[in-house]
Every structure is written in C-alpha cells, then in structure tokens.
Ligand binder design. Structure first.
Ligand SMILES: CC(C)(COP(=O)(O)OP(=O)(O)OC[C@H]1O[C@@H](n2cnc3c(N)ncnc32)[C@H](O)[C@@H]1OP(=O)(O)O)[C@@H](O)C(=O)NCCC(=O)NCCS
Length: 216
C-alpha cells in the first residue's frame, strides 16, 4: 500500500525497519502482561526484525506529528507465516529463557493462570482458520494503539486498512483471534462487522468477516 492521510495530521503507511524502536515501544505499552514484550531478553526485537522482513505479512503504522502511535500486522499467507514461526518467536528454550528474564509480575501471574492453556487454545483456533476449500483467508495477527490514543477510532482505521489490503490481495475472508477478556478488541471486531465463529475452551475467540472481491 501507499501512504494515505486518514485525518488532518494522521498518516497511514507500511512500516519499515526504521520503525523498529517505535514498534517495540508500542508493543511494550499495549501488552503489559506478555513476556515477548516485557522480557529483558530481546525476543521482542527479534520478532519485529523477522516480521518487518516477512513476505507472509504486512505491517501498517499510524503516525501523527509526535510519531508512530499504532500498528497492525496483517498475514496474507498463513502457510508461510507458520513456517516462519521459529525464526519469529525463537525455540522453546529461547522462550523459556525470555520468561526467566522477565521482571514484570503480571507476566508471571498470567502465565501461571492460563498462559500455556491459552496457547493451546489459540493453536487449535488457528488450525481451524487454515485454508478451507475455496476460501483464501487473511489473518489480523496483531493490532495495537497507544493508550493515550484509544477510543478515537484508530483501531477501526487499521482494521479497515486490513480489509482493503486483503481484498487487493484477492483474499475472500479475514479472520482474527481475540481473548474473550479483551472486550475493547472484541467490540471493535464486532463493530467492524466481524462475526464470532468459534470460542476455544480456554477463552479464545475466532472472528471472521467475508470480503467482497471484485471480479474481472
Ligand atoms: C483493541 C485496540 C486496538 C482498540 O483500539 P482503539 O483505537 O481504541 O479502537 P477504536 O477507537 O476503533 O474503537 C474502540 C472504542 O472506541 C470508540 N470510539 C471510536 N471513535 C470514538 C470517538 N471519536 N470518540 C469516542 N469513542 C470512540 C468505539 O466506538 C469503540 O467503543 P466501544 O468499545 O464502546 O464499542 C486498543 O484498545 C489496544 O491497543 N489494546 C491493547 C492491545 C490489544 O489488546 N490488541 C488487540 C489484540 S492483538
């Protein structure tokens, strides 16, 4: 996609490697209980380095005069995305090390409460989101808006941009996984016309929206 002006001083554009520090800092603010972003060990940086080079996904950012304040990662090729998993997230050993290097108590509480179970849940739902006959799904992987910019419609701006990109890439469906407890994210999906198609046993929700493709 090209750069577009969404509101007076807000620009929507594809992310580049120059945005890496901003993406990391937004991830840290928006996901306070996720070890990938809160660990002192640098798996968050590794994640963004791989994602910004990935041909399976597109990362979009929103920027105003003060800098980048929101991002979204849209996956257009789920099989390639899956094959990049280890590069992106590291091995099981790396992840364990990252958890041990995490000084934030909320991360430990979340992991103890339901971290592993949620992961299993997400995997199962993702498997369900794999290609079905005749469907070419796009996947809304990650979406985050800095808290000071919440509730001004920027999450919806990113979601609409995802839909346009998905249609431009001939994807007929867009899907997203959201934690049941993440009410703002679920409401945003529902307001954007997504439908809840399945709920995992551990609190994960799979949302889907059909997209109208232009023929010819
Ligand atoms: C989920 C998230 C991306 C939503 O971003 P957002 O920019 O606040 O989303 P929107 O503004 O588009 O919509 C959220 C709410 O703001 C409301 N809103 C939109 N424009 C508004 C405006 N001008 N004035 C007041 N409210 C407005 C929407 O109606 C919606 O309200 P509702 O929850 O009562 O239905 C954001 O909360 C976030 O970054 N959360 C942390 C990270 C996360 O959990 N990401 C999702 C999983 S990957």
């Amino acid at each position: 996609m090209n750069q577009t002006q969404t509101r007076m001083d807000v620009t929507l554009r594809p992310a580049s490697t120059a945005d890496l520090e901003d993406l990391l800092s937004i991830s840290r603010s928006c996901f306070p209980d996720h070890f990938r972003w809160q660990s002192r060990y640098l798996i968050g940086r590794k994640y963004w380095k791989v994602v910004l080079q990935s041909k399976a996904s597109q990362t979009l950012v929103l920027q105003d005069r003060t800098g980048v304040f929101a991002f979204g990662v849209l996956v257009l090729d789920l099989m390639m995305w899956e094959s990049e998993r280890e590069q992106r997230n590291g091995t099981a050993l790396t992840k364990m090390f990252a958890v041990l290097c995490c000084p934030v108590p909320a991360v430990w509480t979340k992991l103890l409460k339901h971290g592993v179970l949620r992961l299993v849940d997400r995997r199962q739902l993702l498997r369900g989101a794999g290609p079905r006959s005749g469907e070419r799904p796009a996947w809304a992987e990650l979406l985050a808006v800095l808290p000071r910019m919440h509730r001004q419609g920027f999450g919806a701006v990113l979601m609409s941009a995802f839909e346009r990109e998905a249609v431009a890439s001939q994807r007929s469906v867009i899907e997203a996984h959201v934690d049941f407890e993440n009410t703002s994210s679920r409401r945003m999906c529902e307001r954007q016309g997504f439908t809840l198609v399945s709920s995992g046993r551990r609190g994960g929700c799979l949302y889907r929206k059909s997209l109208l493709l232009c023929s010819g």
